[in-house]
Ligand binder design. Structure first.
Ligand code: BTX
Length: 249
């Protein structure tokens, strides 16, 4: 319930027991001129992933969206996705879960050769090329959720499963928002922090881009969030796409 929260966050927090999508609600608040607001829900009935995919959001998760108005050009906005991934990874590690980040927006837990999905991040924005008007960073954390309630093909896991006991969602959310707040104000440090937790670097990857698949070794990430891939025909810098980790050949 809302009582479990009572966050002392650097944002004003709007809590819902159930809502279609915290990102949709945050976008409405943006249209009303709001900023520095977090929309938080126990359950979403119409959670969204990238490319209009569904995001399953049963009760017990941490489904939240941060609305703010950074003074940055539109092209820099991807850095906030990386910042969210770093913030949630740090909070997970403090909660005893060794999470890592798969480029660009998946926070995963490794079990042997397998990577299980713990978190999804969806960043939306509006504005002019030289300055964004608002950014909404949606963060979905499988907190106290049974992975059996989540789509099998995504290989999901949750914090309670990894820990073997439920998590204090208030503390976790507090840490997540503190970290995110610090990083959003210091975007020059995000990429360096991201590298620390990256599982993608050094791996063979295949990225589906609008221009077709790119395969090679992921060697670095560049501000504001592009992946650098060494391919058979040279270096490619990819700013967006679905990334698959391949087995070494
Ligand atoms: P994505 O497009 O990278 O991942 C979506 C895919 O992940 C789905 O197609 C499905 O296979 C899988 N999936 C769905 N639900 C889960 C889950 N709970 N755990 C693991 N895998 C799942 C990732 O998109 C971005 C998700 C952002 C979610 C947040 S929650 C708060 C905010 N509100 C909202 O509507 N979206 C964001």
């Amino acid at each position: 319930s809302a009582v479990e929260y009572g966050l002392d966050a650097p944002f004003s927090v709007e809590y819902h027991d159930s809502i279609p999508s915290t990102n949709a609600r945050a976008r409405d608040l943006a249209a009303e001129g709001e900023s520095d607001t977090v929309v938080l829900a126990d359950e979403q009935t119409g959670g969204r992933g990238r490319l209009d995919r569904d995001w399953h959001s049963p009760s017990g998760g941490i489904w939240l969206s941060v609305l703010f108005r950074p003074d940055v050009p539109m092209a820099h906005a991807p850095v906030f996705t990386l910042a969210a991934a770093v913030a949630v990874t740090r909070a997970a590690r403090e909660a005893g879960v060794e999470a890592g980040i798969k480029w660009p927006n998946d926070v995963l837990v490794r079990h042997g050769d397998e990577e299980r999905k713990l978190v999804g991040i969806l960043t939306e924005m509006e504005g002019e090329a030289d300055r964004v008007s608002w950014v909404v960073v949606g963060i979905g954390v499988n907190a106290n959720v049974d992975p059996a309630e989540l789509p099998d093909e995504a290989n999901p896991t949750s914090l309670s499963t990894e820990r073997g006991e439920p998590l204090d969602r208030r503390l976790f959310t507090q840490r997540l928002l503190e970290e995110f707040d610090a990083l959003r104000q210091d975007t020059g440090r995000v990429v360096e922090a991201w590298r620390e937790y990256a599982t993608t670097l050094g791996k063979r990857v295949r990225v589906e881009t609008p221009g077709g698949p790119i395969e090679g070794e992921a060697v670095d990430v560049q501000f504001p969030g592009a992946l650098v891939i060494e391919t058979a025909s040279g270096t490619e810098v990819v700013s967006a796409g679905d990334c698959e980790h391949l087995r070494p050949v």
